[in-house]
Design a protein around this ligand. Structure first.
Ligand code: AMP
Length: 286
């Protein structure tokens, strides 16, 4: 029997669902029941390990897991050098400095000599030192927002997505210093066979990601305007063109970048396109 690639996924939390969804969209079948701690996929040589996300970098480093999905913040904080196989783009958040509403903040230099509570002292220290600011850190693992009120910090540095929790605790966000999203990390010494399995997985992940950026578009067009289509859609190879029964008309199928879609739609309408159909693409390779 061949080898199996072992992937570590957060057992329960902000990363779990999207990590499992990504693997599922890659056509890999498994129970995705994170109440079990370990399970094997039925149609791909991959095995799942459900653990706490802060354990993922060290599990991957020690080879207990071969790859893992973790927030870039967690990976950078732990300072364990591993390969980042892919930035997966979900679980986006920022690490921000927040201070009590009455704190007179005039840039990072206002933090000189202050006590900053954070779960990410290593990331913060690297950034502040880089700006020539010396502060001290109070390492907490949760409820960071409460620390100024109880007198153990002057400011905080925490992950934010909307900022509502900060406001509710009488704090103002004054500076975003670091941006994170989920990444796939990889053990540095994978066997050749495991590397092969990983590249098969990454090929699927890339196809899923690429598909998100494009739409499949088909429409009917007077043949005389066919030459304009290439300039308008400007993606992939030449569109597929089929003659319609009605003389002088063609049907065109092509792929359009999501961010160019509305502009292309308007231009296609302007050259007489009719019956424009837009379809979501599930997977797409180059
Ligand atoms: P959690 O499930 O709360 O332990 O969060 C896991 C990971 O989700 C964090 O390490 C971040 O990478 C990411 N994340 C995304 N948005 C946020 C947020 N608003 N607060 C905390 N973590 C977030």
């Amino acid at each position: 029997m061949g080898e199996t690639l072992r992937i570590a996924i957060q057992k329960k939390g902000r990363l779990s669902e999207k990590s499992l969804d990504l693997i599922k969209t890659c056509g890999i079948h498994f129970g995705c029941d994170s109440r079990v701690l370990k399970e094997v996929a039925s149609n791909f040589p991959i095995e799942f390990l459900y653990i706490r996300d802060d354990d993922i970098p060290s599990y991957v480093d020690k080879g207990i897991a071969d790859i893992g999905i973790v927030g870039k913040n967690e990976y950078d904080e732990q300072q364990i050098p591993l390969i980042i196989a892919r930035d997966l783009g979900f679980a986006k958040c920022r690490l921000s400095i927040a201070v009590p509403n009455d704190f007179k903040y005039e840039g990072l230099k206002s933090l000189e000599g202050k006590r900053i509570a954070t779960s990410y002292p290593n990331i913060l220290d690297t950034i502040l030192k880089g700006k020539g600011v010396n502060a001290s850190y109070v390492k907490v693992s949760g409820a960071v927002e409460i620390t100024p009120t109880v007198g153990i910090s002057d400011a905080i540095c925490d992950l934010v997505s909307t900022g509502t929790t900060l406001k509710m605790n009488g704090l103002k966000e004054v500076e975003s210093i670091y941006y994170s999203s989920a990444v796939m990390i990889q053990n540095n010494n994978l066997s050749e066979e495991k590397k092969q399995i990983l590249s098969r997985l990454l090929l699927r992940i890339d196809a899923v990601h690429r598909a998100k950026d494009y739409k499949y578009v088909s429409f009917n067009l007077p043949e005389e305007h066919l030459e304009d289509v290439g300039h308008i859609v400007g993606s992939m190879k030449s569109p597929t063109v089929t003659k319609l029964f009605e003389e002088g008309w063609v049907s065109v199928q092509t792929v359009v970048a999501e961010d160019k879609f509305w502009e292309a739609f308007e231009k296609l309408k302007a050259i007489g396109a009719q019956g424009i159909l837009v379809t979501k693409i599930e997977k797409m390779t180059e």
